[in-house]
Write a new protein. Structure first.
Length: 83
C-alpha cells in the first residue's frame, strides 16, 4: 500500500508532463497558398470518379478560377459606395 501511494503521484506527474510536451510540439498551422489550394482541388477532383468530359470541364473551371484577379475587401467597399 505504501509503494502504491508513492507510485501513483509519480505516474500521474510523468503522464502530465508527457501530455503537455506532446501538445507543445505541434507545428503552427498556416493558410494554404493559392498554388497549394489549386493542387488540393485538382487532387480531390481526380478522386471523384467523373467521366472524362465532366472531369475536363471541372478541371478547366479550377484552372480558370486560378487566373481570375483577387478582389480585396477595400475594392469591394469602393464599389459598393460608388453605386
Amino acid at each position: 500500500m505504501n509503494i502504491l501511494a508513492r507510485l501513483l503521484p509519480a505516474t500521474l506527474a510523468v503522464l502530465a508532463i508527457a501530455i503537455a510536451s506532446g501538445c507543445a510540439s505541434h507545428p503552427e498551422l498556416r493558410p494554404y497558398t493559392a498554388g497549394e489550394a489549386r493542387q488540393l482541388q485538382l487532387e480531390a477532383l481526380q478522386r471523384r470518379g467523373l467521366s472524362l468530359d465532366d472531369y475536363e470541364q471541372q478541371r478547366r473551371i479550377i484552372q480558370r478560377a486560378d487566373n481570375l484577379p483577387v478582389m480585396t475587401e477595400v475594392a469591394d467597399a469602393d464599389r459598393s459606395t460608388k453605386g
